[in-house]
Design a protein around this ligand. Sequence first.
Ligand code: BMA
Length: 382
Amino acid sequence: MVLRRLYLNIIAAVVVCFQLSCTGRLNAQSVSDVNATAQTKALCQNLHAIAKTQTLFGHQDDLAYGVKWRYKPGMSDVKAVSGEYPAIFGWDLGGLELGKEKNLDGVPFSKMRKYIIYGYNMGSVITISWHLRNPSTGGNSWDTSGNAVASILTGGAKHNLYVSWLDKVADFFTSLKGENGEAIPILFRPFHEFTGNWFWWCENFCTPDEFKKLWRFTVHYLRNEKSLHNLIMVYCPTDIYSKKHFDERYPGDDVVDVIGMDAYQHHSDKTAYISKVRKSLKILDSVTKERNKILAFTETGYEAIPDKYWWTNTLLPAMKGFPIAWVLVWRNHGYMKSTQKMHYFAPYPGQVSAGDFKTLYNTERMLFQQDIKKRNIYSSER
Ligand code: BMA
């Protein structure tokens, strides 16, 4: 009798373990790479869960430079104003494909690697975009000539060149390791703003089929040929006008994890910005829910933030009610000779919107580095 009970208990325990592992797998389905590392799966699941009520705050090139400084260890404009580092750090690989030492904005890749590791070790999240050159003409990302997308697809004249560029990107990703040798999970955001008309991969310069092929090839090559299982793929249009518009280029649930959107405020009409952002977010919100993907506001900002209350009177109302996993503002370059303007998107001490940024920092919704560290976002046991 006792033996029988023991036997039944063992069977029950096995069933529970089996159910738990199945549930674990079910919850982890939001990662499109079935072989994703444990930390990558956990990050994806946690972002999904957090987004229901809160949003990570992010800043591009945050640790490398600010409006009044360059390459000072530990510095950050976001931290100088709020007291804390961002919860998500953005970096850009543009130029890596040519074997350059610095990216298109002058950040040395050797330093970028250290900042990425530093950011990960403090518990924050890393997202990477790629302003890659035009493979067809040799021009920059904004050179839209030469049917570049078609030229790099399988069988195209520049296909091998593109593969060699992906090899360099894969080498860089492979070099991003945590303290125990684990691959640092990366929210990878290539071919961003493809519904715009300014990059060679934008919708005016390639067909939907070509774009889908480019996306699918890129993901499959990195995942299967280069064995990278630390990538969370971020698919990122700019303005989206309808569900049909969104569906046109969508490459498939097996190669996308996050659906993001880039949109900036370009003039003082904040109502126009808010309604533009909300229009696109509404469509993307329903798409992400339907497809069980994560929603993000992958790039935004108002150059030089001339509006004292931009953070709480414009940005928060634009995002209100949407389950946005993170919002990232662009880089703090400072004075830009080419445009003869100040080019920055996060405040620095003394900047007119610094006080309001502090209010944003104190809202329940917005998460910074300490919150994320406490949540242990790379672990499935939160
Ligand atoms: C743009 C500007 C450029 C920069 C590019 C890539 O929005 O900030 O100065 O080169 O992004 O980071």
